[in-house]
Write a protein that binds this ligand. Structure first.
Ligand SMILES: Cc1cc2nc3c(=O)[nH]c(=O)nc-3n(C[C@H](O)[C@H](O)[C@H](O)COP(=O)(O)O)c2cc1C
Length: 463
């Protein structure tokens, strides 16, 4: 099973940073990064993963506080290359705003510095604020541009192939340093790409860095089928995931790729503790810490999300709820009239907190509203229960692995690595030692040959 950890200094749950188990000083980025990477490596995780968002604004304070201010992903993995030895390091780059030659240099360099542990997650997110930060009109590039992403990935691979692996001959006696026949121009010209090359960095240790693609639409899936080594996709049920993976890998066969590729990983947000009751208490606390529209001054902030009011909840459950105290229990006579959406919300709160309508630990309006406001699909439970969930998805062929999000660092990440990983190891589902050296080794991906070597061999054969 592939297990990667998504680094989010302020946590993956918007209220995670308020939890008593969260780092008290998360903006000391270097220390938090170091500690998280060492914990992840000690657990033998495949990789640490860094997302990207190219803009900020006050609205993010409530919606997704981790996006407000953070170290950029390429800098993060460059920093960690020197502080870790075995774990893979994946940075997200948005191809709409990247400079191709610079990106090829940076990624090849980090792959060299990390001795073959770098990976690149290609995203296409079109955001007017990001456009504004890159000298473009906000209306320009509001659609993800997959043709551009595809051209960029192909050109990156060509640039990485500029030098053959044995191009540096180092013949000190004759004075010959390189074999110039083993250095190749790139000359990639497309609608979105124009680069002559060659690249002024040696071929990456992995040949080509593993390419991840995160996306959900059918065009996104096409890009993954054609070019990605790892497809990162959020899938709601095992059944849908089994179907998605089978279709994606079928589509990839049509591009001449090997069976079983690309690999598929899905995000998961475990809330884990030594016992079910303790894990539920952590989740319960996270719900309690979500700021809601309860008449407090905070809720008057211009950027406070509109979906955090009782009025919004009334729409979701299909019943006018009036103006209850948020900490009142929701009575059975009210929940009986809930719509299907309302029933699903009740069920999600019940399974994740162990609360029941009118039970000894009752479901309150606050629980329902917080759960609606922050629709994190958390898996809450003991190590065994969380491992059962991952085991089930993996064994049913729904995914090849998981991108693990922690609601907050470090206690919840340490709970995952300290409790769930050993349980998966006991079941023989996860490695107990790193066997290979590179990220490709960890993922079971072969090192690609240099396209110029392959071409020369084909020319030789037909001559
Ligand atoms: C699990 C997952 C993680 C993603 N992470 C990022 C990210 O860190 N940065 C980003 O700009 N886009 C991210 N995306 C967005 C996708 O790259 C893509 O732009 C988005 O899904 C919209 O395009 P689509 O509808 O074609 O999939 C992510 C998508 C998924 C499914």
């Amino acid at each position: 099973m592939i297990l990667g950890a998504v680094f989010r200094g302020l946590g993956a749950h918007p209220a995670g940073w308020r939890h008593p188990g969260a780092h008290r000083d998360p903006l000391r980025d270097a220390a938090v990064l170091k500690r998280t990477a060492r914990t992840a490596e000690a657990a033998k995780l495949d990789y640490l993963f860094f997302g990207e968002w190219l803009a900020t604004g006050p609205d993010l304070e409530f919606r997704d506080p981790d996006l407000l201010a953070r170290i950029d992903p390429v800098s993060s993995i460059a920093f960690l290359a020197g502080l870790t030895k075995r774990i893979g390091l994946i940075a997200t780059v948005n191809t709409a705003f990247a400079d191709l030659y610079t990106l090829a240099r940076q990624t090849a360099s980090i792959d060299r510095l990390s001795e073959g542990r770098a990976g690149l997650n290609v995203v296409t997110g079109a955001d007017p604020r990001a456009a504004g930060n890159h000298g473009r009109d906000g209306r320009d590039g509001t659609e993800p541009n997959y043709d551009q992403a595809s051209e960029i990935v192909r050109a990156l691979r060509l640039l990485w192939d500029s030098w053959e692996d044995d191009a540096f001959v180092h013949d000190a006696r004759s004075g010959r340093l390189i074999d110039p026949g083993k250095l190749h121009r790139t000359d990639a010209v497309g609608e979105h790409v124009r680069v002559t090359g060659p690249l002024n960095v040696a071929r990456p240790v992995q040949g080509h860095l593993p390419i991840v693609h995160a996306g959900t639409s059918s065009r996104s899936r096409l890009l993954a089928a054609e070019l990605a080594d790892l497809s990162l996709v959020a899938l709601p049920t095992v059944e849908q995931a089994v179907l998605f993976r089978a279709e994606l890998q079928q589509q990839a066969l049509a591009f001449g790729r090997e069976r079983g590729h690309p690999l598929v990983v899905t995000p998961v947000l475990p809330v884990v503790a030594a016992t079910t009751a303790e894990a539920r208490a952590v989740y319960d606390e996270l719900l309690r810490l979500v700021p809601l529209d309860d008449g407090s001054p905070l809720a008057q902030s211009p950027d406070f999300p509109a979906n955090r009011s009782i009025r919004a909840l009334s729409t979701v459950v299909g019943v006018p709820l009036g103006t209850p105290d948020l900490d009142d229990a929701v009575p059975l006579r009210v929940t009986r009239r809930f719509s299907d959406g309302g029933q699903r919300l009740l069920e999600s709160v019940a399974t994740r907190t162990g609360r029941r309508v009118e039970g000894e630990r009752a479901i309150t309006y606050r629980h329902l509203l917080a759960s609606h406001a922050v629709p994190a699909t958390a898996v809450v439970g003991s190590a065994r229960e969380v491992a059962d969930h991952l085991d089930g998805w993996f064994t049913d062929g729904a995914v090849d692995g998981f991108n693990v999000l922690s609601p907050f660092l470090g206690a919840q990440f340490e709970a995952f690595t300290g409790l769930v990983v050993p349980e998966l190891q006991r079941r023989g589902l996860f490695r107990t030692e790193y066997e290979g050296r590179t990220l490709r080794d960890h993922l079971g991906l072969e090192r690609p040959q240099n396209v110029h070597v392959v071409e020369a061999r084909e020319v030789g054969r037909s001559a």
